[in-house]
Design a protein around this ligand. Structure first.
Ligand code: ADQ
Length: 475
């Protein structure tokens, strides 16, 4: 029987080693939720790195991890060493691809050693997955860590269906062409039958780079190569709408969170929720909030900004510096505008459980999502879905992928602090019926195009993707 193989850098379960032994923790959110149904019910295998370096495990532990993942989670462990993680993940993925694809060109580092590690680790993924692949299988590869894998699989298994989805933006040609290994990466991706992006802008950017660098023309988003047809399309990722809309707050959120949100009832709450990352525009957001307090003094002592930031890429200098910058900005606003009875910004540096997040979302009048660049941004959708009373309002920057789907939100330019400040005011003062109308439209879209729809749509398109010759007109 044919099967589907999911491949991503990390598995939907993370293994960690403690004195007491090995611990297995299932991931929640995004991809893990989206593919959960398929993975539990269907004939599937999920391949990825389990989160613990191979050299930190004894031989016995390694084989125990592989066995447990295979037998209890239907997962295939791709063993990576700490050097692989350093050079490939912290190196090429996060110092080269991540900043370039998010338009932070001055932060990009080009190092031959990390590029070699990227190639080596993509090959390791291939070597792990290869023995599993049989005729008729479907393979769905995820994200920027594995862009060379589609072509590696294509060369050895020309007849399997290979899909690839990029979770981050694909930049415009002028940015992408700066990549030293630009042709190799495109050639790696072009091994797929179907390449998916969050938005049509990313699709267009990708097609433009392929045409200008590799010379392939497309016709209706399809390109004929010698060996196969490559189809490219937008598949905007959704969320588990029912979970966010229907989870009861009181029963599920922690007492600590409920006490906190109740203590904030006397002010209007603005919330922002992100992973710590320089692409998320957090310093600009705090500056914009400061501008808001300066421009609209009538709101002093009447609003507060709850900044919830999940630790990410801890120990990496750029991220540690960003955390310090955020702390300084928060102190600056609180020092300048705070009173004995009121602190304008509350900063929480932690990962909050999904149930607690829902409680925060439901008690917030405004969600401020102002990334400098973001592939999609699921937080925006989670907030709208959680506020089933339609009384919240979203202020979002135009550079988040979600902005192209959620046009009813207040859309701002993230560099324009005055515009964000005005956006906050507009959100706080929007008449109820206007808010209701906008939110109802967004709810309809988010509930229909949920994460299950996303996964099904991608897999159905991949399974039905064309094998026949197509006619391609030169542009
Ligand atoms: P991320 O950059 O991680 O993902 P995003 O989509 O906003 O960005 O968030 C992913 C998840 O993290 C959400 O479910 C959110 O609730 C959760 N999260 C964020 N901060 C949290 C906190 N402090 N505590 C608890 N949970 C928190 C990448 C791309 C995005 C793209 C996704 C999915 O960068 O653009 O939307 O993949 O494709």
């Amino acid at each position: 029987m044919s099967k589907t193989i999911f491949v991503s850098n990390r598995l939907p379960v993370t293994v960690s080693k403690h004195e007491s032994g090995l611990e297995y923790k299932e991931s929640i959110g995004g991809l893990a939720t989206g593919l959960k149904n398929y993975h539990e019910q269907g004939s599937t295998v999920w391949a990825g790195w389990p989160g613990v370096a191979q050299d930190d495990l004894s031989e016995e532990e390694s084989s125990s991890v592989a066995d447990t993942l295979r037998n209890d989670y239907k997962c295939l462990s791709v063993p990576l060493t700490s050097d692989d993680i350093e050079q490939y993940y912290h190196g090429f993925c996060n110092e080269t691809i991540w900043p370039l694809f998010h338009y932070f060109t001055s932060a990009v580092e080009y190092k031959k050693e990390t590029w070699e590690a990227y190639q080596r680790v993509n090959r390791k993924f291939f070597d792990s997955v290869d023995p599993l692949i049989e005729e008729g299988d479907t393979i769905w590869i995820h994200d920027y860590q594995l862009m060379l894998l589609p072509q590696m699989i294509r060369e050895k298994h020309p007849d399997v269906k290979i899909g690839f989805f990029l979770h981050i933006p694909f930049p415009s040609y002028e940015i992408y062409r700066q990549m030293i290994w630009r042709d190799e990466i495109l050639q790696g991706l072009m091994g797929a039958n179907l390449i998916g992006f969050h938005t049509y802008d990313y699709v267009r950017h990708f097609l433009s780079s392929v045409r200008r660098l590799l010379g392939h023309e497309h016709s209706l988003y399809k390109m004929q190569l010698e060996s196969h047809v490559v189809q490219v399309d937008a598949f905007p990722m959704g969320i588990d709408y029912d979970y966010f809309a229907k989870t009861p707050t009181k029963e599920n959120a922690s007492q600590e969170t409920m006490d906190f949100v109740k203590s904030t009832q006397n002010v209007r709450n603005i919330i922002s929720v992100d992973r710590l990352d320089y692409t998320k525009g957090i310093p600009d957001r705090i500056k914009a909030f400061k501008q808001f307090l300066s421009n609209y003094p009538e709101y002093r002592e009447k609003v507060r900004l709850n900044l919830i930031i999940a630790p990410s890429r801890v120990g990496i200098e750029k991220y540690d510096n960003l955390k310090r910058e955020i702390e300084e900005l928060v102190s600056e606003v609180n020092g300048e505008y705070g009173t004995f009875n009121w602190m304008p910004v509350w900063f929480f540096f932690r990962t909050v459980s999904q149930d607690d997040l829902i409680a925060f979302y439901r008690h917030s009048d405004v969600l401020l999502v102002t990334p400098l660049r973001d592939g999609m941004n699921l937080v925006a959708k989670e907030y709208v879905a959680s506020r089933t009373d339609y009384k919240g309002m979203l202020v979002m920057s135009e550079t988040a992928g979600a902005a192209s789907e959620l046009g009813e939100a207040i859309i701002v330019n993230t560099n324009d602090h005055e515009a964000i400040a005005a956006g906050i005011k507009m959100a706080l003062e929007m008449p109820e019926d206007d808010k209701m109308d906008r939110n109802k439209n967004m709810h309809r879209r988010i509930s229909r195009y949920n994460v299950k729809f996303w996964a099904e749509e991608f897999l159905n398109t991949l399974q039905g993707s064309p094998e026949e010759k197509i006619h391609t007109e030169p542009l």
